[in-house]
Design a binder for this molecule. Structure first.
Ligand code: MN
Length: 289
């Protein structure tokens, strides 16, 4: 049975700035879309393509904490450098995905990569926050750096497109990232006329972001930068590209646990939030300058 569309949400009218480096449209949590409605997905920020001019000042967001969930950064255009309190650092280049498990707590900073910053150019990126089940919230912080080369891929016949299987399983092909609860995350690139069909469980919370282009999703037209939210009914999704398109499909099993959320801390109770803020303030997340 076809998965039913609940609604197609247009691009939010105004972007906001995260630090001075990320010009993002916030889709989740959204107007009338709670964090429970899209569980395990807590937040989706989309830096729709934007050309940053050349700059010697490196734009970005300075040291900040995260605890209790995962941040997933998907780079389409431009490059991001990151450094964290566990001593790790790296660069997320176009086609790469960084899957960071903040778990018990981490400090990090995210900046435009130096060479990109100096040269400037198009920047296009998604940051998705995925909640952790209660039993995994205190897992030590770590991350999976998945490069474009390492990414699990399905090439469509007739050169009609490619599916980068970031997490989960796409038509039998297993994704690259390990997750703590069942999560499917697909970066789908379709040429005009290209089509894919896949099945995702009806009980999973499922949505599609039209990163670029225009496509027909189960018969309805989704314009560039729109967000298609599915009902929890039906399994089958068919996407047909009306123009060359890039789509991000997210689908996950709801955690069905209480959410207590305060900025970069996402726990299950208000007491845990207060404890998390105290841990952060007393330096338990480590040191990062
Ligand atoms: Mn962050």
């Amino acid at each position: 049975m076809k998965k039913e569309i609940e609604r197609i949400i247009a691009q939010p009218s105004e972007p906001g700035m995260v630090g001075d480096g990320f010009r993002v449209y916030n889709y989740l949590p959204g107007a009338n879309i709670s964090q429970q409605r899209t569980s395990p997905f807590l937040l989706l920020d989309f830096n729709a393509e934007y050309v940053f001019g050349p700059s010697d000042h490196i734009r970005g967001v300075g040291v900040h904490p995260h605890k209790g969930f995962e941040t997933v950064t998907i780079a389409y255009k431009g490059s991001v450098a990151h450094t964290d309190s566990s001593g790790s650092s790296g660069v997320i280049n176009p086609g790469d995905v960084q899957w960071m498990t903040a778990g018990s707590g981490i400090l990090h900073k995210e900046y435009h990569e130096q060479a990109y910053s100096k040269k400037g150019g198009p920047f296009e990126m998604v940051q998705l926050w995925v909640n952790l089940p209660k039993k995994d919230k205190s897992t030590p912080a770590h991350y999976q750096a998945i490069t474009q080369e390492q990414m699990s891929k399905v090439v469509l016949p007739g050169d009609k497109g490619i599916v980068n299987v970031i997490a989960g399983t796409f038509n039998g092909t297993k994704g690259s990232a390990q997750t703590y609860s069942p999560v499917n995350l697909f970066d789908i690139k379709l040429k005009k006329g290209g089509e894919i069909t896949t099945n995702l469980p009806s009980e999973y919370n499922t949505a599609i972001l039209l990163v670029n282009g225009k496509a027909k999703v189960n018969g309805e037209i989704a314009n560039e930068h729109s967000f298609v939210l599915f009902k929890n009914a039906g399994e089958e999704i068919t996407i047909t590209a009306i123009e060359d398109s890039v789509l991000l499909v997210l689908s996950g099993e709801p955690l069905n646990e209480p959410i207590a959320s305060y900025g970069p801390f996402v726990m299950n109770t208000q007491q845990e939030i207060i404890a998390s803020i105290e841990e952060f303030q007393s330096g338990k997340f480590g040191v990062l300058n």
